[in-house]
Design a binder for this molecule. Structure first.
Ligand code: FEO
Length: 400
């Protein structure tokens, strides 16, 4: 990323990481990511919002030089996770005159994560405005979007909202190119699924506050800037609404094809009833399991039902299904129903062990359908009945 002028007083000049494949070594980032940093210049003071991660500090320093920034009065830390705070010490070495500014929670976390004494931070209170001369940055904490310390800043004079991780996307736009809207929307959805969905129940207040401010521009901590904020605000309103489509997400892992055969048969029956089914293979030898799991998690943002199709391994779920269960438990999708089908060779406790991994997923657990060995004609009849039961559930009006 190079220097991008946002307004007469605001520049974007963070770092770009187009080659990043997995954020947090977990979330697939096919379009890389960016660690955004912004300069706000008032008549008297210059503020920098969010140092980048330590590995990317050279990019930030080079962009600051390119933009002619030779003095910084305030370094505002919006969120202390290392991808935004790791470069703080190095930035302070280059700009020793700068004062670190953050909320009390930010000060506490800078000490925990970066060993920067909390006493070194000028603490700013909720709704307090940092005066830059003719411009001010007003502090709006947004706890648990997605950490306790996330903070937005509002530049009232230009109606620009700096939103921290909220409204971000993992999308490193090539230098001097415009963001591709399709990719931006796609990566906003996957970012929401993986970063914001776990705390979605706490986002409504932050979203309402963003709407009240009526920003002209939203500057997130990752990905492209929103010049039409209504697009992302509407998307988030729909994501957190809890409204789901009557469709099935079906992750499948199979060792000897029994489970796969069952999954395909059930999917065909459901589609025959007009219920869309998205099959995701967790056993594709050409795809990292993290990519497959990421696609499942993203698909659950607005799906009503997930059917796990997995065989038994040593009486428990196949470990790929177990890993996915851990992910779903952490990401807490708004599913209405969850079900398990699969096969076993000689004995199984798969149902208990699978659901033991999912205490935080509050979806109604439907009956489990297990087959010993290869499915028989009788088993296919049971699968047909199972499909009819699912159809009744998914069209049930009280669950709409
Ligand atoms: Fe982008 Fe929570 O850090």
């Amino acid at each position: 990323m190079k220097v991008q002028k946002i307004s007469d007083h605001v520049l974007s000049l963070g770092a770009s990481d187009p080659g990043l494949q997995y954020f947090d070594k977990l979330m697939p980032t096919p379009y890389g990511t960016s660690y955004n940093s912004y300069i706000v210049r008032g008549e008297d003071k210059v503020a920098l919002l969010d140092p980048v991660q330590s590995d990317s500090i050279d990019q930030l320093l080079s962009n600051l030089a390119l933009a002619g920034v030779s003095h910084i009065d305030y370094i505002l830390s919006l969120h202390t996770e290392q991808d935004h705070s790791g470069g703080t010490e190095l930035l302070l070495q280059r700009f020793p005159e700068a004062r670190l500014v953050g909320t009390g929670k930010v000060a506490e976390f800078l000490e925990i994560h970066l060993n920067i004494p909390a006493s070194q931070v000028q603490v700013i209170a909720e709704n307090e405005t940092l005066d830059l001369g003719g411009l001010g940055l007003t502090c709006i904490p947004i706890p648990f979007a997605h950490w306790p310390d996330n903070t937005m800043y509002w530049l009232e004079e230009e109606r620009i909202l700096f939103s921290s991780d909220l409204y971000g996307s993992h999308y490193a736009v090539p230098p001097y190119k415009a963001a591709d809207e399709k990719i931006h929307l796609e990566t906003t959805r996957s970012y929401y699924a993986e970063i914001m969905m776990p705390t979605s129940k706490l986002l409504g207040r932050h979203l309402a506050k963003s709407r009240d401010l009526d920003p002209l521009i939203i500057c997130p901590a990752h990905g492209p800037i929103w010049y039409e904020p209504d697009k992302v605000l509407s998307l988030y309103e729909s994501y957190i609404s809890g409204k789901v489509d009557k469709r099935v997400v079906m992750p499948v892992v199979s060792m000897h094809d029994s489970t796969k055969t069952m999954a395909y048969y059930l999917a065909e029956k459901l589609e025959g009833f007009g219920i869309p089914v998205n099959i995701h293979h967790l056993d594709d030898p050409n795809q990292d399991l993290r990519v497959s799991m990421g696609k499942v998690v993203e698909d659950t943002v607005d799906a009503s039902c997930l059917i796990m199709a997995a065989p038994t391994v040593l009486t428990g779920p196949h470990p790929s299904a177990g890993a996915l269960a851990l992910m779903l438990n952490a990401f807490k999708p708004p599913l209405k129903y969850i079900a398990l089908i699969g096969s076993f060779g000689w004995g199984s406790q798969i149902e208990k062990r699978f659901y033991d991994l999912l205490p935080q997923v509050k979806a109604e657990r439907l009956d489990t359908l297990l087959v010993k060995g290869l499915p028989t004609e009788e088993d296919y009849k049971l699968l047909g009945e199972y499909a009819r039961m699912l159809k009744e559930k998914l069209i049930s009006p009280e669950k709409e």
